[in-house]
Write a protein of this length. Structure first.
Length: 291
């Protein structure tokens, strides 16, 4: 049996919007944000993203784990790629001046390798821009599984023009993570009932891997068996031999067209601003530049 995300009906504004319109808005929003590195513009995108996120009326306790995962991954990415190595900002900041706020010069104690690290004000501001940029995108997409009826996944992707096979594959993909989480919890409870204590896993790396085998092996085998059950059920119903019908239906309303038009207007405006007027590049407030 496949599980789903913790969706519950909230009678929110977002639930009244057609799921296809939501996906179109989210995708066009994603493309529009990627054009800009100007914090003034990114702040506007963040405001739109938060307005969209809170329109779902999702509680913090429902999305807390997802936000912790996204924030942790984002912080690691920003710290490593931008602040430490500057790999993500090198090409963009090369066109502007660099103002050092902290530097390190020395050598590693054992190897003697030289250390040359310069932390600039521009790099810190770029890291903040990157953080705001990704948070805006995350807010738009993260709320989808918590505000969308899981029965509408397949018909939504089918309505977006995807073939039946691909639409149903996307449906299964959205159910995979919560199904895996449910199987993990069931297996963990069953092993604890047999005296297994995961909190006391000690020893070296190989020893720890061997001791968590009572969790890894059943979860892996159960995932494989569940996949085979789904495949067999689809084959028995001759899935894919001809065009199928869907039990659920979706209908566009005037506000769906208004939302998609608004997203298209943002995208066109972003393209014109960047390629027509050469706006939206990296910008830093003058008062933050060290004198």
């Amino acid at each position: 049996m496949l599980a789903t995300w913790r969706y519950r009906q909230r009678n929110s504004i977002m639930e009244k919007i057609d799921p296809r319109a939501r996906w179109i808005f989210s995708l066009l929003f994603l493309v529009s944000v990627t054009f800009f590195w100007d914090m003034r513009v990114l702040a506007g995108f963040l405001a739109v993203a938060l307005l969209w996120y809170f329109s779902a009326r999702a509680r913090w306790r429902e999305t807390r784990r997802a936000w912790i995962f996204v924030t942790t991954l984002l912080v690691i990415m920003v710290v490593v790629n931008t602040i430490i190595t500057s790999a993500a900002s090198r090409g963009i900041l090369a066109q502007s001046g660099q103002h050092t706020v902290w530097s390190i010069r020395g050598r590693f104690p054992l190897t003697g390798w030289a250390i040359h690290f310069d932390l600039t004000a521009e790099r810190l501001w770029f890291a903040l821009c990157q953080f705001v940029r990704v948070i805006s995108i995350s807010a738009v997409f993260l709320i989808i599984p918590y505000s969308m009826d899981p029965r509408l996944y397949g018909v939504t992707f089918h309505g977006l023009g995807l073939p039946d096979r691909l639409a149903f594959s996307m449906d299964l993909a959205f159910r995979y993570v919560p199904t895996l989480a449910r199987d993990f919890q069931i297996t963990l409870d069953a092993q604890r009932a047999r005296g297994y204590e995961i909190e006391r896993v000690e020893g070296g790396l190989i020893t720890q891997v061997r001791r968590v085998a009572p969790l890894i092996v059943p979860i892996t085998m159960n995932s494989i068996m569940t996949g085979e059950d789904v495949i067999n059920a689809m084959d028995l119903r001759c899935f894919g031999l001809q065009k199928r019908t869907w039990v659920a239906t979706t209908i566009f309303h005037w506000y769906d067209y208004a939302l998609m038009g608004f997203a298209a207007l943002i995208l066109v405006g972003s393209i014109v601003a960047v390629y027509g007027f050469h706006l939206g590049g990296f910008w830093m407030p003058p008062f933050l530049i060290p004198r």
